[in-house]
Design a protein around this ligand. Sequence first.
Ligand SMILES: [Zn+2]
Ligand SMILES: [Zn+2]
Length: 259
Amino acid sequence: MIDSHCHLADRKFAADLSGVISQANAAGVTHMVTIADDVSEAEKCRQLAEKYDQLFYTVGVHPHAAKEWNVEHGKSKVLECAQDKKMVAVGEIGLDYHYMNSPKDDQIRAFYDQIVIAQELNFPIVVHNRESFEDLLSIIDELKPTAMVLHCCTEEWANAKKLIELGYLLGFTGIATYPKSVAIREVIKQCPLKQMMIETDAPYLAPEGRRGERCEPAMVTEVAKCIADIKGVSLQEVDRITTKNTMDFYRLSPDILAL
Ligand SMILES: [Zn+2]
Ligand SMILES: [Zn+2]
């Protein structure tokens, strides 16, 4: 099993990351993709991936940090890491009109520029979206990214369906396990398994029963169980298909996973 999206460069993991990774391995989570929120975090992710065989990483500027987006600086970091086998995507990028930590125009510009960079260098994109679906769709419609995951999908089915029809993937987190998340479970029911990835978004979003705790990659097993229940298939089947999806999306060869 792979945690396709977590934030292991977060300071909440600074004191005990090797233990966190061992716990994940013990739970059957063999690999993790640690996601960057800005250029300096991308550098931390790069260093972690160099240190731990189990980790891969992304380079990107989150919509929250979009006001600091600088296309030359951002692009040079992607270029610097692009030759590194462990850099697997541009992300996380996107739009967030809920928190509005950066002005809308800055968010749109950073998102747009980073899709262009990803396309030029042939990387998939990891996308964050909150209360901004219309703008997201119009940018995607224009730039037509080759490979994309909408991570931590909380969209209603009508929106999720549009992305599925375009061939994109949806990432599901521990939110799917919360009693109130009826609409998310409906999306899981409808979404083909071959277009799903599982993730924790750790250190946030611990699953039901562990809420309030620091979320860790080992907990991605709870997301897989939740999907297995909804789909009426075995946990092994969810593991097998989502692992394959994640390997295909991030282009993780069996050789590199065996390291
Ligand atoms: Zn996000
Ligand atoms: Zn994230």
